[in-house]
Design a protein around this ligand. Structure first.
Ligand code: ADP
Length: 394
């Protein structure tokens, strides 16, 4: 069974093709296109590469195309992207303006190219279906809550993979299995013995932190929208709601201008004075650019704040996990986040941390009570497994 996973960014299309035969799961090939202006061309090029590479004979060889869809009004989990779900995604455009439109366009193009192939989305919000009620709420009037103003949480596929893999690395196959089967069994009642407490830090172009108890998320630093929580590359992160009113009233910003600035000019880019890639920010900081240094310090500060919050909620941490572009590759950011936490039982091994880049590694010192891991994320595999399950149950 071939399952193609398409990862759609606002200007990119990355793909991975998986083969599930029996109990085997195999990554057949992967590829992608940057600076995409026309999704039709990118989808054709993707299908072209798969056929020319001999991986499939035609699009009909694909059992399904899976998507790491972001959010939809009133829909989560792993579902077929039919007209009603697409409509619910469209209703989410105001909340995820940098994400949802790209998926709507991309899914539309796939459905035109392959009208008989199921298109299935695993929503990024799915991992948070079992978080406590208190972690879902904002202090808003109930009419706002009914209108959808609540915390969701995102990066669900990545944090779910961290839940599975960290449990394996800690020798807790029972928890790993529970995390893998979460969308089948649900996350309400624990079937495991001793608690396993993990905090997962997905630090990349967009960033979030998740607390995980026995393979099930207890919350995520992103709230209603994927522009919230930690500062992202050019998206804002948490900001007081009254800041918007202040800027609109005193500077005359329109709704569209506020949206554009919060989605494209804010976060690390806003703080650093125009740089949104951490590699560039680091180069600037080394040249003595104080704003760039502040952006780095702020990212570290906010990450620590959320780790502290989940550490309290979980009553400790067995493993702290770093993933995504920054988490996997930037040892100095990991060192900054873990600095002076020895009293809390977190101690890095300096050499192991510096050596860890893009590969799975344990980077805590032998006497650190909390294990610290770098784990490359594999969001596409999480989506592909759920799509396979969806097809089997269909
Ligand atoms: P996205 O969320 O867009 O998928 P990534 O997870 O690739 O983004 O993370 C992008 C961030 O990670 C950038 O700030 C970049 O500086 C950093 N990064 C990515 N890859 C590397 C690398 N190989 N070395 C250093 N930094 C990296």
């Amino acid at each position: 069974m071939n399952v193609l996973i398409a990862n759609l960014g606002s200007t990119s299309l990355k793909y991975r093709l998986f083969d599930f035969s029996g109990n085997e799961e195999r990554l057949v090939t992967r590829g992608g296109f940057e600076r995409v202006e026309d999704y039709s061309g990118a989808v054709d090029a993707c299908l072209g590469e798969l056929t020319e590479g001999g991986h499939i004979k035609s699009a009909a060889d694909l059992a399904a195309v899976g998507f790491k869809t972001v959010l939809a009004d009133g829909v989560t989990g792993c579902v077929e992207l039919d007209a009603s779900v697409l409509k619910a995604m469209e209703a989410g455009n105001t909340v995820a303006p940098a994400h949802n439109p790209a998926y709507l366009t991309g899914v539309q193009v796939f459905s035109e190219r392959m009208p008989n192939t199921p298109l299935v989305g695993l929503f990024e919000t799915a991992f948070y279906q079992w978080i406590p009620e208190t972690a879902k709420r904002y202090g808003v009037p109930s009419s706002w809550y009914e209108a959808g103003v609540r915390r969701w949480g995102f990066h669900g596929a990545s944090h779910k993979f961290m839940a599975e893999r960290s449990a394996e690395l800690l020798g807790r196959d029972d928890v790993a299995e529970r995390a893998r089967r979460l969308y089948v069994d649900g996350g309400k009642t624990s079937t495991v013995g001793a608690n396993l407490r993990v905090i997962s830090c997905h630090l990349g172009g967009s960033s979030s932190i998740t607390g995980i108890l026995n393979g099930v998320a207890v919350g995520n630093s992103m709230g209603m929208s994927p522009q919230s929580g930690l500062p992202n590359n050019n998206r804002v992160g948490d900001v007081d709601a009254f800041a918007l009113l202040h800027m609109m009233r005193t500077k005359g910003l329109s709704v569209d201008e506020v949206e554009q600035q919060l989605c494209s000019e804010a976060g690390l880019k806003g703080l650093s004075g125009g740089f949104n890639d951490l590699r560039d920010i680091q180069v600037q900081a080394e040249k003595g650019n104080d704003s760039a240094q502040l952006a780095i310090d702020f990212l570290i500060h906010e990450t620590r704040r959320w780790i502290g919050s989940y550490q309290l909620q979980l009553n400790g941490i067995d493993a702290l996990v770093f993933t995504a572009g920054i988490g996997e590759n930037r040892s100095e950011i990991r060192a900054g986040i873990c600095a002076e936490l020895d009293q809390l039982g977190i101690q890095l091994d300096v050499a192991k941390n510096e050596a860890a880049q893009g590969e799975e590694a344990e980077i805590s010192s032998p006497d650190s009570k909390t294990k610290v891991f770098v784990i490359p994320t594999n969001e596409e595999l999480v989506v592909a497994r759920e799509v396979k399950r969806f097809l089997e149950n269909k």
